[in-house]
Write a protein of this length. Sequence first.
Length: 254
Amino acid sequence: MNKTLTFIGNGAMALSLAQGLKKAFSIEVVGRNSIKLDTFEAALGISISKAALQGFDISNKTVVLCVKPANILEMRNTLKGRAQTLYSVLAGTSLATLQRSIEADAYVRAMPNLAATLGKSMTTLTGNAHCKEEACALFTSIGNTLWVGSEKELDIATALAGSGPAYLALVAEALADGAVKQGLKRDDAMTLMRGLFEGFGALIQEHHPALLKDSVMSPGGTTAAGYGALEKAAVRQGFIAAVEQAYHQATALS
């Protein structure tokens, strides 16, 4: 029989993880609302074990915590027992807070990003080192993983990979707007932008970004002119500052 994973919470991230893990594990989902649990089961497309949150016993279970960060402290009075391993995807919730709120033999923090819904997340992990192999195997179900050695590194990774989809969305929107401003139809601009991002996603896996830039930028050409405009607008510094501010916010939340 497959090992059982117990999801505390039945939101979008729990569903994304469960979709990736349902072939290798039995799924148990715990929540407050039975209707939402039924909806979760229907969306997952398989039969799952469902249970009420209040008084639920997590003893010896592998738990994936997917509640809202603001609800973490109430878990102390809601859950019973001591989990075997607790995986938390709660942003800004430190290992110390998890340890104060939920009893477990081992703790791991995970920071997926929006692409988890497509199985393309870049997930950063940290926690008890002996859980590294299992943790990476679990979260590989929704994309790529990186284990880091400290919560500081996880907070920096949150600022880059966790918040990154919002930064890239800004780039995508701005590039399309620029093309529309020069006279291209909106639908055509969006098609070109999406194709650009799809191709770039493959290229960046194989090449350093500086080399990609140099291979496109010919002397006195169109790319050099556009790149100069970006440097004049301090776009590079703006992105560096964005990661810095997001990191500071992540540490403040922790």
